[in-house]
Write a protein that binds this ligand. Structure first.
Ligand code: A3P
Length: 297
């Protein structure tokens, strides 16, 4: 089904259990909360812009033994459905799609730990969480909110950075998101990964994912996956770069989805003053956690 003309707009945010979510998601909350996981589901969870699409490509390739053609069978969002996504009717919701998806399913979510449907934890499903340092995350999110015309108006960079620190962006607090999964990782089957680590040594990190999925594959397959998931290679791949997504939602002429793919790109956006304020707030907000990020490699 295609979207009727004009249904996509910059949706307002609505609070769900204290977390600001896009209005259509909030309106469909009961269906999401009651979602029935299956024991062999794999969840890929992230705060937006932490490298979700990258991990989706890595996992899909591992699941297909490094078969590049198989990974090109459909765009990312079709291969790995987005749990909470919800468009105005008659378009199906993420849950509608997942209910019809045969097992084993790989599922994407941006929900913070406490909002993930409880059935995932009851069934002890595996989860891969990808975290990315706050500074690169907020820069990436800013550009994304400009090009994704269903997100609230981002305003100026300075205003956006304020909203991030005030934890008012879609999905709420980055600080709580990364800490939430960190605190739960040893109580559930959660593999906690870092964007910066994957960038630094993709082979080492993809090996970790293989191991977690109990799919230790040959060095040859590993090297194929490393190559196919390089930023430049994915940027050129129409099945991995979101170019096939409706342009009424993602406007790549404003900013490409595959934008820079770097660690440390924040340095081109933060002023010295913004950086000082951010660092002080960050220290306060992340006090008491063992979770540590690198903002350059
Ligand atoms: P930038 O905006 O900093 O370039 P998500 O998939 O969670 O929305 O994250 C998108 C971010 O991950 C974007 O960051 C995008 O460029 C980056 N990204 C996607 N694929 C990547 C890859 N193969 N290597 C490095 N970064 C990648």
């Amino acid at each position: 089904k295609s979207a009727p003309e004009g249904v996509f707009k910059r949706f307002p945010l609505t609070m769900v259990h204290g977390i600001p979510l896009m209005e259509p998601i909030a309106e469909n909350w009961q269906q999401i909360e009651e979602f029935q996981a299956r024991t062999d589901d794999l969840l890929i969870a992230t705060y937006p812009k932490a490298g979700t699409t990258w991990m989706q490509e890595i996992v899909d390739l591992i699941n297909n033994e490094g078969d590049i053609e198989m990974a090109r069978r459909a765009p990312t969002h079709v291969r790995i459905p987005f749990l909470e996504i919800c468009s105005p009717k008659p378009l199906p919701s993420g849950v509608d799609i997942l209910e019809k998806t045969p097992s084993p399913r790989t599922i994407k979510t941006h929900l913070p730990f406490q909002l993930v449907p409880k059935s995932f934890w009851k069934l002890n499903c595996k989860t891969i969480y990808v975290a990315r340092n706050a500074k690169d995350c907020v820069v990436s999110f800013y550009h994304f909110d400009k090009m994704n015309v269903t997100q609230p108006e981002p305003g100026s960079w300075h205003e956006y950075l304020q909203k991030f620190m005030e934890e008012k962006l879609p999905l709420g607090s980055w600080y709580d998101h990364v800490r939430g999964y960190w605190d739960e990782k040893d109580k559930h089957r959660i593999l906690y990964m870092f964007y910066e680590d994957i960038k630094e040594d993709p082979a080492r990190e993809i090996r970790k994912v293989m191991h977690f999925l109990e799919k230790d594959q040959s060095e040859k397959v590993l090297q194929k996956i490393v190559h196919h998931t390089l930023f430049q290679v994915m940027k050129e791949n129409p099945m991995a770069n979101y170019s096939s997504f409706p342009t009424s939602i993602l406007d790549h002429s404003i900013s490409p989805f595959m934008r820079k793919g770097e660690v440390g790109n924040w340095k081109h956006h933060f002023t010295v003053a913004q950086n000082e304020v951010f660092d002080a707030h960050y220290q306060h907000r992340m006090m008491g956690t063992t979770l540590a990020f690198r903002t350059q490699i």
